[in-house]
Design a protein around this ligand. Structure first.
Ligand code: ITT
Length: 180
């Protein structure tokens, strides 16, 4: 089975392709940016984005919207994670978190699959903490500052795929597709 993943983010695509292999699902990459409405609810954003995008596609596809939510910053950057990463990046987040004691945070991923008629969503979450400094050089985005059970995602390499928010959301999609 082949499914198309629409994303501009190569790091996301690589991870999803590796998860697909475990399910015998071949993940094709449609590399493009698409319109995402603003809002506070990742699931709503992913659903509307996929619906809008479906006007351009003849066959099924999925997108994935994700974000980093930091407790002591009331969930910031959350749905604005992409913009915040491009503007202040990991260094900016570490500055905001300087001397902050509560460093708990989570990643959330929402996958929105267009089946040709409607959108189905699947979500995944992983809890961890924000480090004091960047560690590790693998992965992408906020991986060097997100620690899960003692190691940052950027220090884990492929192992990140066992625990990540994306793994959990994508696994739900792939097992649902396998049962159909
Ligand atoms: P799309 O084309 O798929 O939208 P994007 O990079 O803009 O790609 P999002 O809109 O979902 O993706 O924004 C998510 C932001 O959070 C983005 O800056 C990512 O780098 C970051 N992010 C998401 N998942 C991550 C992960 O597993 N590790 C580190 N950073 C992550």
């Amino acid at each position: 089975m082949e499914v198309i993943f629409v994303t501009s983010n190569e790091g996301k695509y690589r991870e999803v392709r590796a998860i697909g292999k475990k399910y015998g699902i071949n993940v094709g990459w449609m590399r493009m940016e698409y319109f995402e409405p603003q809002g506070n609810d990742l699931e709503e954003i992913a659903k509307i984005s996929a619906e809008l995008l479906s006007e351009k596609f003849q066959s099924p596809f999925f997108i994935e919207d994700s974000g980093l939510f930091i407790d002591s910053l009331n969930g910031f950057p959350g749905p604005y994670s992409s913009y915040v990463f491009k503007t202040i990046g990991n260094e900016g987040i570490l500055k905001l978190m300087k001397d902050v004691e509560d460093r708990s945070a989570h990643f959330l991923a929402v996958v929105a699959y267009w089946d040709g008629e409607k959108v189905h969503t699947f979500s995944g979450r992983v809890d961890g903490r924000i480090t004091d400094e960047m560690r590790g050089c693998e992965g992408f985005g906020y991986d060097p500052i997100f620690e899960y059970e003692g190691r940052t995602f950027a220090e884990m390499g492929e192992e990140k795929n066992e625990y990540s928010h994306r793994r959990k959301a994508i696994e739900k999609l792939f097992s649902w597709l396998s049962e159909r």
